[in-house]
Design a binder for this molecule. Structure first.
Ligand code: AHR
Length: 498
């Protein structure tokens, strides 16, 4: 099969925001307790955080982390998580039927995020919480000192403000499962008022308002339109959430699910622009795809719930086909980088996560770790408009799916172009040519691929074979990059330009 990607230096999609490579730490399952924090673990630091997990988070190169939920935040009182640990209350956590000890709260999380080099994206509770709670959290975190709340932060050990820039106005407030779920009118009103007071406390913050929990929910589109009617002038981003799964064991259809992500993004951007036009506004609403991943492997096992601390729930074990879909999802996000400025792989450790741990034992990379790491390390600069010429296929849910999914990113600072590509074909190599118009490519710096694995092969504690390897034979000649993309492969090709 032949596949040709044409890009042109003058045709940029958009600047890639570093927050595109975000993730998510929720107080649920073993994400916090037994994931990032395990004071009795042999690698625990003085604060009880696992050094082995920190090292993997740094390797993954996560730039931005949403916290503390998720569904959890809709019943959470942030004041439970400050002050001396021994006086913090243990609570019934209703969203995930867990026991929450509050050993980790805002101070500990900000400290940990600084250690791993990631910016914190804080969510406020708009389920059971009030606009006062939300404004007070902003004051506690961001006001330098001299008021009761900011001085309380200082007494609790943080002299300097946390200066958290990006905030989420609740979580999935349209979902019947959400604690304090709301209609679009109810949510639109409280989100607008919370946004207003939060920005009165700190006008430099940026706010993400909740869009639909997924595109297929019956209130989709009317939810976004009404919520934005109320909040358009106060907020900066609208959120999207979507999880994918291969329940039908149909590989061709599964690998095409990034088409759903693309449609979802374009539909939500259109709704934002409808409200913009209706309001005669000159402000563009950007998008925060702040939950995406594969989530289905653990659904059956998670049906039974009992009250426990850190129950091992949503522990999806990812395989090679999941890594290939992850590659397609990342390419789709980059292809929409004019509108999507924030994206969070949900979640980070143990709970539908690229990193798995054993309590008291090892930590390791799941298969989906690698495409994310490649994009996060190399996907910086501007995404270039991709013109793809390659054969397509039809499957159960999607028509005209290109066998090769690809995008190129121009990093001017490093004088390189990075091409990300997935070959969805189950049997054919792709003779892949990239026409780099307006650039002067001088050679291939690196060709890295994941291929040749059984699609159901996973990485486990005992066997970690689904890893990237060096690709062979990519070369630049006469302004063209030529490479062979193996069947069912994820590929990253870095090209030097001058
Ligand atoms: O990431 C797991 C859960 O998925 C989150 O808590 C919620 O926001 C979503 O439904």
């Amino acid at each position: 099969m032949k596949a040709k990607l044409t890009v042109n230096k003058s045709f940029a999609i958009g600047e890639i925001d570093p927050r595109m490579y975000g993730s998510f730490v929720e107080h649920m399952g073993r994400c916090v307790y037994g994931g990032i924090y395990e004071p009795n673990h042999p690698t625990a630091d003085a604060h009880g955080f696992r050094e082995d997990v920190k090292a993997l988070v740094k390797e993954l190169d996560v730039k931005f982390i949403r916290y503390p939920g998720g569904n959890f935040v809709s019943g959470y009182n942030w004041k439970d998580g400050i002050g001396p640990k021994e006086s913090r209350p243990t609570r019934l956590e209703l969203a995930w039927k867990s026991i929450e000890t509050n050993e980790i709260g805002v101070h500990e999380f900000v400290h940990w995020a600084n250690e791993v080099g990631a910016e914190v994206n804080m969510a406020v509770n708009l389920g059971t919480g009030t606009i006062e709670d939300a404004a007070q959290l902003v004051e506690y975190c961001n006001y330098p000192g001299g008021t009761s709340l900011s001085d309380l932060r200082r007494q609790n050990g943080a002299e300097a403000p946390f200066n958290i820039k990006t905030w989420c106005l609740g979580n999935e407030m349209d979902g019947f499962w959400q604690i304090g779920a709301k209609t679009a009118t109810e949510y639109g009103r409280i989100a607008a008022e919370a946004a207003k007071v939060m920005k009165l406390v700190d006008e430099s913050i940026e706010l993400v308002v909740c869009g639909s929990s997924y595109m297929e929910i019956p209130t989709f589109a009317s939810w976004e339109a009404e919520v934005l009617e109320h909040t358009y002038d106060y907020v900066d981003y609208l959120s999207l959430h979507r999880y994918y799964g291969n329940q039908k064991n149909d590989l061709a259809n599964y690998l095409a699910m990034s088409e759903n992500m693309d449609r979802f993004i374009k539909a939500v951007a259109a709704i934002c622009d409808f409200v913009k036009a209706k309001k005669h506004s000159d402000k563009t609403m950007y998008l925060s795809f702040d939950e995406y991943n594969v989530w289905y492997h653990s659904l059956e096992a998670d049906k039974e719930k009992t009250w426990r601390k850190a129950p091992p729930i949503l522990e999806d074990i990812y395989n090679f086909e999941d890594a290939l879909l992850m590659g397609c999802l990342l390419i789709t996000l980059l292809k929409n980088s004019d509108r999507v400025k924030i994206a969070c792989l949900a979640q980070l450790v143990n709970v539908i996560a690229p990193i798995m741990t054993e309590n008291g034992g090892e930590a390791w990379q799941q298969t989906i770790f690698y495409p994310f790491m490649h994009a996060s390390k190399h996907g910086h600069g501007v995404a270039l408009q991709p013109i793809m010429d390659c054969p397509t296929y039809d499957c159960e849910e999607f028509k005209n799916v290109p066998f090769v999914e690809s995008v190129a990113v121009y990093n001017e600072r490093k004088s390189e172009i990075v091409v990300f590509a997935v070959n969805r074909s189950q049997k054919d190599d792709a003779d892949f040519a990239v026409d780099l118009q307006g650039f002067n490519p001088t050679g291939v710096l690196e060709f890295c691929e994941m291929s040749g694995h059984d699609v159901k092969q996973a990485n486990t504690k005992a066997s970690r074979t689904v890893v990237p390897q060096e690709g062979q034979g990519a070369a630049v000649e006469g302004g063209l990059l030529n490479a062979t993309l193996k069947p069912l492969s994820w590929n990253v090709i870095r090209i030097a330009i001058n």
